[in-house]
Write a protein that binds this ligand. Sequence first.
Ligand code: ADP
Length: 478
Amino acid sequence: MKILFVASECVPFVKTGGLADVIGAVPKALALLGVDVHVLLPAYPALRTHAARGEIVWSTEDLFGGSAVVRAVEAEGLSLLLLEAPALYDRGGTIYLDSDGEDWPDNDLRFAALARVASEGALDGFGDWRPDIVHGHDWQAGLVPAFLRQSGRAHPKTVLTIHNIAFQGLFEPEQVAELGLDPGLFHPGGAEFYGKLGFLKAGLAFADRITTVSPTYARELLEPEFGMGLEGLMRLRRDDMIGILNGIDTEIWNPEADPDLPSGFNMRRLKAKTQSRAAVLERFALSPMDAAPLFCVISRLTRQKGLDLLLEALPALIERGARLAVLGSGDRDLEAGFKTAAESNPGQIGVVIGYDEPLAHLMQGGSDAILIPSRFEPCGLTQLYGLRYGTLPVVARTGGLADTVIDANDAALVTGSATGVQFAPVTTAALVQAIHRTCDLFAQPKTWATMQRSAMRHPVGWETSAAAYLSLYQELAG
Ligand code: ADP
């Protein structure tokens, strides 16, 4: 079985969020089941040296005004197809934003190009490699099913995965012609979203199957509160949609052999976690304490993540004598809010604004609990890392958070199955209660240690979900 993944980011090469972790991990899990996944990615500067080693397997003189080639290369255990189109991808800034933090004005061209090349490769092959199924991810790959459809040729079946429906890739309708999209596909049942051209919308309308990254989010997407205007289409397509839970790369996230921790630990040697804890306290200039938990946040600082609620809940956390270490970047007001909170509560709240992968590992290793008060969360990965590192997740009961954390209610405590704390609704009051509950549990060391061990036993790898993707592909390929 040969599958073409089409995506805009991939660990360990380029990452802005959980999408990258997933694209870097699923192909390896599928390879163990005998599936050959090739990942088509833009050759951003971060991939230049890998691309230089690659063999040209596809080329054109004209991809939206410039020449382009696809180079095939093996790197970090992945089979990559790197789309080299310097006019589109070879630039500074980040992969989506210019150096002023604005969307690149030609993001429509950049990702329509990715989709067009994916569809041409799907039809005629990259060299002699031709996929049985094309599996696109998020709006950046949304036009793949549309381009395949307008080709009028027999083509591989398509899957589109929604990693976050909040990002839809909306552009002006005039771009339909500019991007070479068949105007016949631009209508409310197709690529049109309230007068705009919607890349994600097009993908959801025309893909053979839709997946999203947790069963609860698959149900939530049918509701106006979560569907972001696409709930009608989601309902129409509900029989073609399935929620397959994300996993994590348990080699990269392994508390026993994590190079970013001062000392490895496992569920039989939990004590060694205290060395990481001390390192986190020191790194965030927090004063040591053993009677209350060290909470952490590792997140984009946005409204989605509910961190404005956490700012409001901080007095409760401080009153309990707990500590908070925050790593993240994003909305200016949230960055400022956490910086101010840290200045006003020295020794109790520490903040690092930025993106720091090794520090994220250290915090998972050394914190007692990780706070994730998201308003919506398609799957969420940081709670899965938390489970694996015995850092108990304190989460809003939504999306993948609801599907992966077992709340410490009385029944779960009696059976020893609790792995964290869930709260609902997503309000400051409920979050405050959850913080209190967590502090109460932490004050019972035996209960806490049982929860840590249950968390660390919870299956967070890709085995089950990779098998689910495989059966989806098999069904589609007939
Ligand atoms: P989303 O994709 O919505 O941002 P996820 O929980 O699915 O949320 O994935 C976020 C990923 O990004 C995780 O791997 C997390 O560890 C990482 N991450 C988020 N913010 C930071 C940061 N400031 N520094 C390092 N890693 C981060």
